[in-house]
Design a protein around this ligand. Structure first.
Ligand code: B4P
Length: 191
């Protein structure tokens, strides 16, 4: 089993690159953002709990996220591996993920970080906001909150994986195909 964390700020292209990675490697995609949006759409209790945080660009509390990921891993025990997209976003989530995977006698092979400057992130998210219908993409103030959450709570996760010698930083500016080519080079060292 090969498990990968795809890491980066909001709008870095994690969702976009995940689609290519899944196609090439057949991994099970776990995007916490997508899972929350599914719960929101279905009006579940979890969705109701997450909505106010997401709409305002804040991170959903760790215990809610970790419980949801635990459930999803258990539902896909036969997967050849997982790509975690947008998770972990805090050090507590990263520690919890190590424990969850250890229970399944596996672990994280590598963390791929997409590096994109703030101005480019804002441009991409505002552009997506014109058509996505996502409340968190539609104004600069909310985007700034999301980037602020990333800088204070999520950046330390990169150090967590660097401490395990598992981090790999990739330039996330350029064509989607070019960036994917760099991801493949990084991933192939683990296959
Ligand atoms: P996510 O759904 O993870 O949203 P994201 O950060 O916006 O996504 P991503 O980086 O995947 O961007 P994409 O590829 O789409 O999270 C949303 C919210 O959910 C969070 O704010 C939080 O509230 C909550 N949440 C999720 N996970 C959580 C967790 N673990 N803990 C707590 N809360 C959590 O790309 C963005 C845009 O850029 C797209 O329009 C795309 O077309 C464009 N793009 C991509 N690559 C490009 C390129 N190379 N060049 C130009 N444009 C590009």
């Amino acid at each position: 089993m090969v498990n990968i964390v795809l890491f980066g700020p909001p709008g870095a292209g994690k969702g976009t690159q995940s689609e290519h990675i899944i196609q090439k490697y057949g991994l099970k995609h776990i995007s916490t953002g997508d899972l929350f949006r599914k719960h929101l759409g279905e009006g579940t209790q979890l969705g109701k709990e997450a909505r106010s945080y997401m709409d305002n660009g804040k991170l959903v509390p760790d215990e809610v996220v970790i419980g949801m990921v635990d459930e999803t891993i258990n539902e896909h025990k036969e997967a050849p591996g997982f790509i975690f997209d947008g998770f972990p976003r805090t050090v507590a989530q990263a520690e919890a993920l190590d424990k969850l995977l250890a229970d399944h006698k596996t672990g994280i092979a590598c963390m791929i970080e997409l590096d994109v400057p703030q101005e480019e992130l804002k441009k991409r998210l505002l552009e997506r906001g014109k058509t996505s219908g996502r409340a968190d993409d539609q104004n600069e103030e909310k985007i700034n909150v999301r980037i602020g959450e990333y800088l204070t709570k999520t950046v330390p996760v990169a150090k967590f994986y660097a401490g395990q010698d598992k981090n790999c930083k990739i330039n996330g500016v350029g064509s989607v195909e070019g960036i994917f080519g760099d991801i493949v080079k990084a991933m192939d060292t683990h296959y």
